[in-house]
Design a protein around this ligand. Structure first.
Ligand SMILES: [Zn+2]
Length: 157
């Protein structure tokens, strides 16, 4: 759901006017942690970055940055909010969210880097209309498009 996560950041920008960097970083943070390790076959494609433990750790880091580096609380909330939206958009299972309380993280699939990359590409090139993730992605793109479209038309008039 690469485009869908970007769309949620765009929607967040439209609704909150928070900095793009915080919104995009929060929208992609779990994948930025987990996808490279997953592509290398070290973890599943969703691992510790998609857990509540990591979200709590990110929240603690934000608190420290607010206290010692003057990070604006609204910016931290935008970042953490997009992280939560990412987990919701991924339809993260309770086992992931509450790791390690409900069991271990999924094991690496062992399919290899090219199969994983092909899977990401085929998500858009050969969409599976029966999958909820496809429609969730499409819904995020539609919502962001609707949120931004009227503003862009107003500027031209
Ligand atoms: Zn993800």
């Amino acid at each position: 759901m690469i485009l869908g996560h970007a769309a949620t950041a765009a929607l967040g920008r439209r609704l909150t006017h928070a900095p793009w960097a915080a919104l995009l970083l929060g929208a992609f943070a779990p994948d930025l942690m987990d996808k490279p390790l997953g592509l290398l076959g070290l973890t599943g494609s969703r691992a510790v970055g998609h857990t509540g433990v990591m979200l709590l750790a990110a929240g603690l880091v934000c608190l420290l940055l607010i206290r010692f580096h003057r990070l604006r609380p609204a910016t931290a909330l935008a970042f953490l909010g997009m992280w939560i939206v990412h987990l919701a958009g991924d339809l993260a299972a309770p086992r992931m969210l509450f790791w390690p309380l409900l069991g271990p993280l999924p094991q690496p699939s062992g399919e290899g880097i090219w199969a994983a990359l092909r899977g990401y590409a085929f998500f858009y090139l050969r969409p599976d209309f029966t999958r909820a993730m496809f429609w969730l992605d499409a819904g995020c793109l539609l919502a962001a498009g609707l949120a931004w479209w009227p503003a862009s038309r107003r500027k031209r008039v």
